[in-house]
Design a protein around this ligand. Structure first.
Ligand code: 0GY
Length: 306
């Protein structure tokens, strides 16, 4: 008999009734960073996981997609599923071509397994350097994986803390595949946008032509969500950082909801408000079309990109 595991203490479930955004996403918008969790009864979580979430199924992801006015999803393998990509692949196979995936694999993954992932719609592998999420990321293993995926035309999505970039950037520059950086490299938004840490990040992006997700204001913000006073705009302290990235690297930025928002501890964002945050960081129609449609299409659906 399958038993559903208990959630991590204090776990915040995703927002069940998001508002309808006031901002109309342009047709063809791609949510380039989201996950599914389980459902655990069908796709059990990995024994080595660092958290046990609530379920967040493909049906619930597709319902959110339609509610927000999103057209396509890029589903990133969540660490709670380890290197078992079945739940993520099941989303891709059920999406009628409207979802691509970013997987987690071990260096001994076979060519056949990589071919199957590609056929399902996987186009990248995630390298996670957050100690609270993974036990370790041996660089030899990651370099091997990067060499294995290069012939498929895939990229590597890297997730790291801002302070770690100094130590990691040399390694990143040896990888023979394009880089995609999660959540703007997690800047400390209480530091000045012109400060040394974010300047290092911007120089790194410039040098490597990396793609940058201007995602997760709710994760980076210190000022937080709107007060319960009718104010719709949230996470304003993140804007100097996201605007700077969009202004400098407009043809290499991506956006995503990060639904179902793993590991948030103080609040769960209303996904409708996250959509309404987009025109604050990408302030022209052209910048919005690049961010939401043209860039992710070039990276994930190049055959259909205009
Ligand atoms: C994110 C962020 C987090 C978690 C994961 O795969 C994951 O477990 O990505 C986090 O805890 O910061 O991008 O969803």
């Amino acid at each position: 008999m399958t038993t559903t595991p208990s959630k991590t203490e204090g776990w915040l479930d995703w927002y069940a009734d998001p508002t309808r955004p006031q901002f109309r996403l342009p047709p063809g918008t791609v949510d380039a960073h989201c996950h599914v969790f389980g459902p655990a009864a069908q796709f059990p979580f990995a024994p080595e996981r660092k958290y046990t979430p609530c379920d967040a199924s493909k049906e619930q992801l597709f319902a959110l997609r339609d509610h927000l006015g999103v057209s396509r999803n890029v589903v990133v393998q969540a660490t709670c599923h380890g290197a078992d990509n079945s739940a993520m692949v099941d989303v891709l196979r059920s999406s009628a071509g409207r979802a691509r995936g970013v997987a987690t694999v071990r260096p001994d993954v076979t060519d056949e397994e990589l071919r199957e992932l590609h056929e399902a719609g996987v186009r990248g592998i995630r390298f996670n350097f957050l100690k609270r999420l993974v036990d370790g990321s041996p660089r030899d293993d990651l370099a091997t994986i990067a060499r294995r995926i290069a012939p498929l035309g895939w990229h590597v999505v890297v997730y790291f803390e801002a302070a770690e970039l100094e130590e990691l950037e040399g390694f990143f520059e040896t990888l023979p595949v394009p880089l995609v950086i999660d959540h703007m490299g997690r800047p400390d938004v209480t530091a000045p946008v012109t400060g040394p840490e974010f300047s290092r990040f911007l120089r790194f992006v410039d040098r490597t032509a990396a793609w940058v997700k201007v995602s997760c204001p709710e994760r980076l913000s210190v000022s937080g969500p709107p007060a319960l006073n009718g104010e719709r705009h949230a996470y304003l302290d993140v804007l100097p950082f996201s605007r700077r990235v969009v202004e400098e690297f407009g043809d290499h930025v991506l956006w995503g909801t990060d639904w179902p928002h793993p590991n948030l501890t103080d609040h769960m964002p209303d996904d409708g408000l996250l959509v309404d945050h987009v025109p604050l960081l990408a302030r022209t129609g052209q910048a919005q079309r690049l961010l939401l449609v043209e860039n992710p299409m070039r990276l994930y659906w190049p055959d259909e990109a205009v």
